[in-house]
Design a protein around this ligand. Structure first.
Ligand SMILES: [Ca+2]
Ligand SMILES: [Ca+2]
Length: 392
């Protein structure tokens, strides 16, 4: 197999300058707010986004929007979305490395990701399963050799303990192949096809899945892994991209790097991680002077087709925009919040999602209706914020 771009000055792309042009991939507004200073750190991150969509809004609405933004900026910082009561699980799997240097590289991705999950993202350590082709490389970290049989075993274990509203995060490193018809994940022993992989993973009865397939040819696994309510990220856009990929390294980096948090709400959504990593991949090939041999895509609308630039224009990214791997529960609310506060946090999350849904539905309704609905939701959000602030 080719290892184009895998060796040499690895990581240079990751340490380069900040993401110039990165925001063009995100949902950040393409037009700045009409009034006021640039927001330093949005304390109510999702709400300000619709205040500055790409199309200019009427002046009165913009002024009103700025007033609401100012109100948010005066509020104390706390996370909006709460996943309290919902469990989070992770399967980090790397198949046959095929090369000692690549094995070291894949192990580093998995070590770094495990550290981020078990550290800042506060995953229960017993909920994170690591499968690797050579468990002796780090027995303290690696739960099992990465065979299909062991993957099935891990999925059975999670299935027996998971809650229906839980989130399962699956990160796949290593190699895949594609014979023009079928994608297969290269594991020690039998290689599961994409369809078999989907069947194994989705035997876990959890409502929410984030599957990041970072292998070569991974784009060919998207149609099988795609389902309603599931977020699928792949390093390549198709099975024809067979060269060693870089996406995995940058996707892991996104959860450790504040630069990935493009809306500055203190959290990295799955969409932000995708956008950050996709940008870094672009930068890597450009800096190295290499032909870009991987084109990452994301699918979260269940149609089996990934998009390289998810957004309201193509209907992709809504779920990823509102899905986080972290807890999202402020420290003061973690098991200590009053029932009223927890209810307010849950309501806030609902309103946040309604705002995102409205953005995606914008093209299907008259502008006046969009603005009226948006105004109503923003007022609700401001009211909830005010109540939480009072209770704090
Ligand atoms: Ca963010
Ligand atoms: Ca899609």
């Amino acid at each position: 197999m080719s290892k184009l771009g895998a060796k040499g000055s690895r990581g240079r792309g990751a340490k380069g300058r900040a993401c110039d042009g990165f925001h063009s991939r995100s949902f950040l507004p393409s037009v700045p707010l009409p009034l006021g200073p640039p927001a330093p750190r949005l304390l109510c991150p999702s709400a300000p986004l619709p205040l500055c969509p790409s199309a200019p809004l009427p002046l009165a609405f913009r002024l009103w929007g700025v007033a609401v933004l100012a109100l948010f900026l005066m509020m104390p910082p706390f996370s909006l979305a709460s996943d309290s009561g919902q469990g989070r699980w992770a399967i980090l799997i790397s198949g046959i490395s095929g090369d000692p240097e690549l094995q070291e590289e894949f192990l580093k991705w998995i070590r770094d990701l495990h550290a981020a999950l078990a550290g800042p993202m506060q995953f229960d350590r017993g909920h994170v399963f690591v499968l690797f082709d050579d468990p002796s490389k780090d027995p303290g970290l690696i739960s099992y050799k990465s065979t299909r049989e062991n993957l099935e075993k891990v999925c059975r274990e999670i299935a027996s303990r998971v809650g229906k509203d839980d989130l399962v995060f699956v990160f796949i490193a290593g190699h895949g192949n594609f014979d023009a018809k079928t994608y297969k994940l290269n594991l020690p022993g039998p290689d599961p096809t994409a369809e078999e992989l989907a069947s194994i993973l989705y035997s876990i009865p959890a409502a929410r899945f984030v599957v990041a397939n970072m292998t070569t040819c991974s784009g060919a696994s998207v149609p099988a892994l795609s389902q309603k309510g599931k977020i699928v990220v792949s390093a390549t856009k198709s099975g024809m991209e067979k060269n060693q990929t870089q996406m995995g390294r940058f996707f892991v980096e996104a959860f450790k790097n504040g630069n990935a948090d493009s809306d500055k709400n203190g959290r990295v959504s799955v969409l932000e991680a995708f956008n950050y990593a996709a940008h870094k991949v672009e930068e890597y090939y450009s800096t190295q002077g290499l032909l870009k041999t991987e084109h990452p895509v994301l699918d979260d609308d269940g149609d089996g087709k990934g998009q390289s630039d998810p957004g309201p224009e193509n209907g992709e990214g809504f779920l990823a925009r509102t899905t986080y791997l972290d807890t999202g529960v402020p420290a003061w609310a973690r098991g200590k919040g009053t029932p009223e506060e927890e209810a307010l946090l849950a309501e806030m999350q609902t309103v946040e999602r309604q705002i995102e849904a409205l953005k995606y539905a914008r093209s299907e309704m008259p502008e006046a209706e969009y603005e009226k609905k948006l105004e109503g939701l923003l007022v609700r959000l401001a009211t909830i914020n005010a109540k939480l602030r009072k209770n704090k």
